[in-house]
Design a protein around this ligand. Structure first.
Ligand SMILES: Nc1ncnc2c1ncn2[C@@H]1O[C@H](COP(=O)(O)OP(=O)(O)O)[C@@H](O)[C@H]1O
Ligand SMILES: [Mg+2]
Length: 230
């Protein structure tokens, strides 16, 4: 099953062509990396997929749905972290999830499951403001997973994390992939994508310059170009 399909997807802001005719296909079960330097259009692309940014041209489908009304239903099968959600600093991690769950009509058991997946069950009763950045990111992941989405979209999930925090996020992504979830994540770190993803598209200045399995891309010509530019 094709989970994400974009066709010539384009976003032009007044001063910049942020996303330039991007066509990519993400199949069920893939851990798909959208790899590119800062400013290459990753967040804008994700924003369009999530319905927050209106495309200038081109189109996309989620779970085969392309019409606005169908996309609304399709997005119920997606969990996304576009930016760190607004958690309440003085509430515990668990209580923050309870609030998010209440809004979505999700029960207690699922909150505990999500805390378990991200390794925060033991720290669930502590206040959010006492959490390390890595724990905050993991709580955001837990909130994203509350409705048990089939597709999980993560915008730079490793951003700002130390190596230990990155490994924790990587392990969570692997766990989710093992459970059959499809993951689409953006990153500006080649080695993070190498370690985490099965497939990758490399984007530069809004254009996709290479797509393949990680094995195909790593060590290949495209990778050499990206390495040389870093
Ligand atoms: N709301 C906006 N208005 C104008 N320009 C924007 C806006 N959002 C992003 N851009 C520009 O679009 C380009 C792509 O940005 P972005 O999608 O955030 O890249 P990335 O996530 O890869 O760092 C950048 O040049 C950025 O400055
Ligand atoms: Mg970004």
């Amino acid at each position: 099953m094709t989970v994400i399909e974009t066709a010539e997807l384009t976003k032009r802001f007044p001063a910049v062509l942020a996303v330039d005719r991007v066509s990519l296909t993400v199949e069920q079960g893939q851990v798909f990396g959208f790899l590119g330097p800062n400013g290459s259009g990753k967040t804008t692309t994700i924003g369009m997929l999530m319905g927050i940014i209106k495309p200038t041209a081109g189109s996309f489908r989620l779970f085969g749905a392309g019409a606005p009304r169908d996309l609304l239903a399709a997005r119920a099968r997606v969990g996304a972290t576009l930016e760190t959600p607004n958690f309440y600093p003085y509430l515990s991690g668990r209580d923050n999830l309870r609030i998010a769950a209440a809004i979505k009509g999700i029960g207690k058991a699922r909150i505990e499951e999500c805390l378990e997946i991200v390794g925060l069950r033991g720290r669930g009763k502590h206040r959010f403001r006492t959490y390390s950045l890595g724990m905050k990111q993991r709580l955001a992941l837990a909130a994203t997973m509350l409705n048990d989405p089939e597709l999980i979209v993560l915008d730079e999930p490793a951003n700002g994390l130390d190596p230990k925090g990155m490994k924790e996020v990587r392990d969570i992504i692997r766990l989710l992939a093992d459970r059959g979830k499809t993951i689409f994540l953006s990153s500006h770190l080649l080695w993070e994508v190498e370690r985490t993803c099965t497939h990758v598209s490399i984007v530069r200045k809004g254009r996709v310059v290479g797509t393949g399995t990680v094995a195909e891309i790593v060590g290949g010509e495209v990778s050499a170009v990206v390495r040389a530019e870093r």
